[in-house]
Design a binder for this molecule. Structure first.
Ligand code: SAM
Length: 302
């Protein structure tokens, strides 16, 4: 630690870490979008202080243990290209702090904005039952449960390891009386259930896109990113099946990401609505159950 004797305050350490990140040309996109904010996240974690106190903390000195913790975290972020959220074990989504680990994607879906707006103007009635399909950490379903305090929410994922994380978050937010985690391949285990709202951020990255992704994304489970060669396998199946699990007046909200224009072209028979997002992101479609039924009756069950 002798080497770092000139670094005294939190300000010094954040400056040092951010310079290391710049030199290493890291990729951001898992909670922050620049080296300075990323350095702040790790420095606050190292001294076990919440970000709300940052302004009061710039001049505090770090203990030897805290310096050691931060130096190791910075090395891990650079050498392994590990997203900061996996180091701190926490990611913010829809204003809520979720526990995360390497078995779940780091939450970042623009769907957070729709949750905040209670899916208005698309959702006509209060959703008594909500399904978060492909839940990962549980972030979307749990944020829905917080927003709709009287709703029951099912969190579905194929990965038992991801559901372990989702269950930890259900406990963290004290929601076990009305939120449950269900292991299921797509809708298979919930086909008998009926929902007012199905929300999903499924895997949708093509194999070609995956091969081009920055190393930070390769730290995330591939199961959470890719779905067949063109990335559309999961969503294609969901479009066919979703109406069965939706109640009359129900809504399907699905993220398909940056390839949304290709997707819209491929499935041109569906009257997708693509909302715009104030805080960034794109590629989320909204369909009503009635629209799904209408398309399927026109297609004659193909
Ligand atoms: C893009 S991640 C989204 C996680 C979380 N909803 C979020 O927004 O951060 C997709 C999730 O889908 C899950 N998944 C992949 N294939 C699935 C399938 N056939 N059935 C259910 N879940 C699946 C993965 O395990 C992963 O957790």
């Amino acid at each position: 630690m002798q080497l770092f004797s000139e670094l005294l305050s939190l300000r010094d350490w954040v400056r040092w870490a951010s310079t290391r990140f710049r030199d290493a040309e890291l990729f951001y996109g898992h909670g922050t979008d620049n080296d300075w904010d990323e350095a702040q996240v790790l420095a606050l974690w190292a001294i076990n202080q919440p970000w709300q106190r940052l302004e009061q903390l710039w001049d505090v000195r770090l203990s030897s243990d805290e310096k050691d913790k931060l130096v190791k975290a910075v090395e891990k972020r650079i050498i392994k290209r590990c997203p900061a959220a996996y180091i701190t074990g926490e990611a913010w989504f829809a204003g809520l702090p979720f526990y995360v680990n390497e078995n779940t994607l780091v939450p970042r879906s623009p769907i957070a904005e729709l949750i905040d707006a209670q899916f208005q103007p698309w959702l006509s009635d209060y959703p008594a039952r909500i399904l978060d399909l492909c839940t990962g950490s549980g972030c979307i379903g749990i944020a829905c449960a917080v927003e709709f305090a009287d709703s029951e929410v099912d969190l579905v994922d194929i990965s038992a390891d991801a559901l372990h994380v989702a269950k930890r978050n259900i406990e963290r937010f004290d929601l076990s009386s009305r939120v449950q985690a269900i292991e299921s391949d797509g809708l298979t285990e919930v086909l008998e259930q009926r929902y007012d709202l199905i929300v999903s951020n499924p895997p949708y990255v093509s194999e070609a896109e995956y091969a081009q992704l920055p190393a930070e994304y390769l730290a995330e489970p591939k199961l959470g990113l890719t779905s067949g060669n063109d990335g559309f396998d999961f969503v294609q199946g969901l479009l066919r099946q979703a109406e069965q699990c939706l109640l009359p007046g129900g809504l399907l909200v699905v993220e398909v990401g940056y390839g949304w224009e290709l997707f819209a072209e491929r499935y041109a028979e569906y009257p997708f609505f693509w909302p715009e997002f104030e805080h960034g992101g794109c590629g989320v479609f909204i369909l009503s159950r009635e629209q799904l039924v209408d398309v399927h009756s026109r297609l004659g069950g193909q």
